[in-house]
Design a protein around this ligand. Sequence first.
Ligand code: ADP
Length: 201
Amino acid sequence: MRLIGITGGVGAGKSTILEYIQAHYLCRIYLADQVAHAVREPGQPCHEALTALLGREILEEDGRIHRGRMAEKIFASPDLLKQVNAIVHPAVRVFLLGEIEKARQEGGVELFFIEAALLIECGYREIVDEMWYIYAAEDVRRERLLRSRGYSAEKTERIMESQLTEEAFRAGSDFVIDNSGAPEAAFRQIRGKLEGYTWRQ
Ligand code: ADP
């Protein structure tokens, strides 16, 4: 099994590229955001710890953590954000390591992808076999995020500032996919990269 990390800044095209991979290759894909959501569900490891930290007012009536209310609470407090990350990140890692181990034991999974903007700073280089950096020029990302998600220039800037620089992403990765142009150009780079792998659908 080949374990590949997909990383890059907000709006670079990580989801877009993984949708393509999902549709064209036999593989398993985990998005860290989705895993982080799953480990916050009632009964899951982070639920109680986050409720204790942030208060029951972050809960919906059915006991689920309300994403918006949680975000509101931690938005203005870097310290709270740090504490939330210290609860959620290790749980995401434990979950992913478990899934990777299971896939290895089951056999049959030949390509396993994990995706997050934070893979490098969270130490996933030691876990993955190769790290792919999805790159797109900053002005292209600003434009796409405005168009597709309605992000203001300030919002995009704030997120970009919290993420690694292009140099740090490049230094922490083994392979770069340039997604500044048309999607097909990026897909071609993926096909080229995975050509040597025998398990293409
Ligand atoms: P990320 O997951 O890295 O944050 P997304 O894959 O969500 O980025 O891409 C951000 C936005 O840009 C989405 O609306 C997506 O459809 C669009 N997008 C991605 N790649 C391209 C591309 N090559 N050309 C045009 N739009 C793109």
